[in-house]
Design a protein. Structure first.
Length: 97
């Protein structure tokens, strides 16, 4: 493999780029007779891509699990502020109708 053909390190790929490259490797194995000389190289690359995609998904999940309670708390605070201002007027309007 020449220097020009060396793949970009998986850490430098975006999630979408890594996913597309993995799809291309899977397609290669599904649509062709596999060249034995290429088999191990492609499988190693696929493993690197899978590991990186999995790492990013786990990291994103952890971030979401951390942020959701904070967003819920903020939404509750905003709803509490809005409910206090409009709550009495809104309920009184409904009773007069």
């Amino acid at each position: 493999m020449s220097v020009a053909e060396e793949p970009v390190p998986v850490e430098r790929l975006s999630y979408t780029e890594a996913s597309r490259e993995l799809d291309a490797i899977v397609d290669y194995f599904e649509q062709r007779e596999v060249d034995v000389d290429v088999l191990v190289t492609r499988l190693e690359r696929a493993t690197e891509l899978i590991d990186e995609l999995d790492r990013r998904l786990r990291q994103t999940r952890a971030q979401v699990e951390e942020l959701v309670p904070r967003l819920d708390a903020l939404a509750g605070a905003v709803a509490g502020d809005e409910g206090g201002d409009d709550g009495g007027a809104g309920e009184g309007s409904g009773d007069d109708a």
